[in-house]
Design a protein around this ligand. Structure first.
Ligand SMILES: CCCCC/C=C\C/C=C\C/C=C\C=C\C(=O)SCCNC(=O)CCNC(=O)[C@H](O)C(C)(C)COP(=O)(O)OP(=O)(O)OC[C@H]1O[C@@H](n2cnc3c(N)ncnc32)[C@H](O)[C@@H]1OP(=O)(O)O
Ligand SMILES: Cc1cc2nc3c(=O)[nH]c(=O)nc-3n(C[C@H](O)[C@H](O)[C@H](O)COP(=O)(O)OP(=O)(O)OC[C@H]3O[C@@H](n4cnc5c(N)ncnc54)[C@H](O)[C@@H]3O)c2cc1C
Length: 615
């Protein structure tokens, strides 16, 4: 018999003024896509061995990892078996695009995540046809498990500063991989420590003593039978982190480790047998995997934010606290306008990020198709936009997930709420795949160039065209969408122009261009933030805004129900569909090993002798 649904949630669902299923279908891309996603989730989540008897927060660091590997094997097989052979690739992609299925199994991400999120994309984007055919066959069947090893102990942002060397030996037609210093050790790659046995290594290629830039190499580092590290390979785990503690992030050092010539991924640049180096049409094509993952991250943020606000809004409909009016009883905390202010922006931002992710994915697919035809014209714009949207969506999601957590009071601080873990996942994305400040400065680099082109009368790309519209500074704000967008354009234009003026002032004062850039970099980052709409400006339309909050209030639970996250995916005592918050908090608390006995052994060992002055 299903548990009784909380009365307040029942009332909320009766009050909802729109068809929740219709919004779910819209978010999925149609009723059939919703059906496919639900069918996939039903199949996979009915698999035995996917869930933890003991909540993983009560396991040791080592047990957490071993348990995650156990589940990863079960989960991966279940996903493969659940694939509907009659579905097209696109239907399969749509079914997983919005699903956070893995989140039902891994609260802190999977030890296989890098294999799927970066190792396979790196092969697809960097290998030539022959290499792709061979390695994709092995990687897609999980005969090998890979990761992406670019970051080093000493360098993450500055790729051109990476110290790992790959020196070509024409006599043996091999590359010699070497970590000349401790700071050259690869450091951070997920799955690297104990899970993967191959990786794509980004290393500085040298031929006859000449630098040929950073190139990608596919490197085996563990024996496929014994899993022992190969000769010349030093491996280990980097230690406990804020989150990602089941991703097995590791370090790897090379000591004159030799690999055959065909292990350099040669789609863009090639090394012939005699050591002739054939340059890539654009050295930045080597950075292509990162552009792809930045695009994926935007969609990931939309889904994770939707999950967090679902938990917080449902909890806010159930939680009653304080007194809004004398003798009127304790109101739902969702009736406090401050609570609406904290949470409704999260619902809206998740939808905005979903639409943005769809737009960016289409742009990525078009530019990638053009690259295949040798047309690199739109690569710089894709890079600039992907940098900006990855940085803005991860920053805003981190802020809004943390706000969802704090809006749930003490219960939001419980690991059983799952809000701390969701925060740990999303805040990592502010750093990985390009630290956000660095990426915003990449976008600023494009904005400055675009404004200079606009000022010399050149046509700009669609996303930069606002820099060529001479928007009058006397523009009057109005509350229409068009008025708001015009206001944003005016502010965005002004921010770029002001940063440019600042740089020119520094150059006139005698600074070189690099120092002028650095001195203006705070303004440059701010200018990039306005490339995509940010929340700060909406505040200026406060009266419209508070009116909107009131309009959303009766539909808030319906709006989060429409995200259609099942309880296993929310994995939260506060966010379950039935709203039985207090029963769930107690059920989870009783799973703590400390509750197995009324008196813990530490009383007899330490407390009692201490309190009796015997210690
Ligand atoms: C909660 C879950 C959400 C979903 C998660 C989904 C997936 C998660 C998967 C993985 C997460 C876990 C693992 C994470 C992995 C990693 O972190 S991998 C390592 C990532 N590292 C980086 O991103 C490094 C960042 N640094 C850089 O990209 C470069 O160093 C930087 C661009 C900052 C500078 O490069 P540099 O060579 O110095 O270039 P310049 O600044 O001098 O610029 C030269 C020109 O090149 C253009 N350019 C630069 N990068 C690109 C590019 N990628 N594509 C195209 N063009 C590029 C740049 O615009 C300059 O052009 P102009 O000279 O201005 O014309
Ligand atoms: C959870 C997690 C998973 C990861 N997984 C992987 C992985 O699988 N594979 C992999 O290769 N890497 C991985 N990374 C590493 C990640 O890519 C790097 O941490 C990231 O690129 C930032 O580099 P860094 O850590 O060296 O920081 P740094 O580059 O040292 O940045 C430190 C500070 O310096 C500032 N700074 C640096 N350069 C500039 C500049 N030019 N202008 C202004 N400010 C600057 C930054 O803004 C930042 O505030 C992972 C990281 C995390 C946190």
């Amino acid at each position: 018999m299903s548990a009784k649904v909380n009365d307040d949630l029942l009332t909320e669902r009766r009050k909802c003024e729109f068809n929740v299923e219709e919004l779910t279908n819209y978010l999925d891309g149609g009723a059939q896509a919703t059906q496919n996603r639900r069918k996939l989730e039903d199949k996979v989540l009915s698999t035995k061995g996917l869930f933890d008897e003991v909540p993983e927060e009560y396991l040791s660091h080592k047990e957490k990892y071993e348990n995650a590997v156990r589940k990863a094997v079960v989960y991966y097989k279940a996903m493969k078996e659940a694939e509907d052979p009659n579905q097209t690739e696109q239907e399969r992609a749509n079914a997983t695009y919005r699903s956070l299925l893995h989140a039902a199994v891994f609260k802190d991400n999977s030890p296989f995540s890098l294999h799927l999120a970066m190792f396979i994309p790196a092969i697809l984007g960097q290998a030539d046809e022959e290499q792709k055919k061979y390695w994709m066959k092995r990687a897609s069947k999980m005969e090998i498990i890979g990761t992406y090893a670019q970051t080093e102990l000493g360098h993450g942002t500055f790729i051109r500063g990476l110290e790992t060397t790959a020196t070509y030996d024409p006599k043996t037609e091999e590359f010699v991989l070497h970590s000349p210093t401790l700071t050259a050790y690869k450091w951070w790659p997920g799955s690297l420590a104990h899970t993967a046995n191959y990786c794509v290594v980004m290393a500085h290629l040298y031929i006859n003593g000449k630098s040929c830039g950073i190139q990608p190499f596919i490197v085996q580092f563990r024996d496929e039978e014994t899993h022992q590290p190969l000769p010349g390979i030093k491996l280990g785990e980097i230690g406990a982190k804020l989150g990602f503690n089941t991703v097995n992030n590791g370090f790897l050092g090379f000591d004159q480790h030799r690999i055959p010539r065909n292990r350099m991924l040669m789609k863009n640049a090639q090394v012939l047998k005699d050591g002739t180096f054939k340059r890539s049409p654009n050295s930045k094509l080597t950075y292509g995997t990162m552009v792809y993952v930045r695009v994926v991250i935007v969609n990931g943020m939309a889904n994770q934010l939707a999950r967090a606000v679902t938990i917080a809004v449902r909890y806010s409909a159930v939680r009653r606290q304080s007194e809004l009016k004398p003798d009127a009883g304790e109101p739902q905390i969702l009736d406090y306008v401050t609570q609406q202010h904290k949470l409704f922006i999260g619902i809206a931002s998740s939808h905005a990020f979903t639409l943005t992710a769809k737009w960016l994915t289409r742009m990525y697919q078009k530019v990638t198709a053009d690259l295949e035809k040798g047309n690199l014209d739109e690569l710089p714009e894709l890079h600039a936009i992907a940098c900006c949207l990855k940085a803005v969506t991860t920053t805003d999601t981190s802020v809004l997930v943390e706000r969802s957590r704090t809006s749930c009071g003490g219960h939001g601080y419980m690991l059983s709420s799952n809000l701390p873990q969701i925060y740990g996942l999303v805040t990592a994305a502010c750093t990985y795949e390009g630290e956000n400040t660095v990426l915003m400065l990449q976008t600023a680099r494009s904005l400055v160039k675009a404004l200079e082109q606009a000022q010399s009368g050149k046509r700009l790309s669609p996303t930069m065209s606002y820099l060529s519209e001479k928007v009058s500074s006397r523009l009057k704000w109005d509350n229409s969408i068009d008025g708001i967008v015009k206001g944003f354009r005016r502010v965005a234009y002004g921010k770029v122009e002001s940063a440019m003026r600042s740089m020119r002032k520094y150059v006139r004062s005698g600074l070189g261009p690099e120092d002028a850039w650095n001195m203006s970099s705070v303004q440059l980052v701010a200018a990039s933030e306005y490339t995509s709409i940010s929340e700060a400006d909406i505040r200026q339309l406060q009266d419209t805004y508070e009116d909107l909050l009131g309009k959303i209030r009766p539909n808030a639970v319906g709006l989060v129900d429409a995200f259609d996250f099942r309880d296993q995916i929310l994995n939260s005592t506060l966010g379950a569909y039935d709203g039985r918050v207090y029963e769930r908090l107690m059920e989870e608390a009783l799973k703590s090993p400390l509750n197995a006995e009324p008196v813990n052994q530490s009383f007899h060992k330490y407390l009692k002798p201490f309190m009796q002055g015997k210690l």
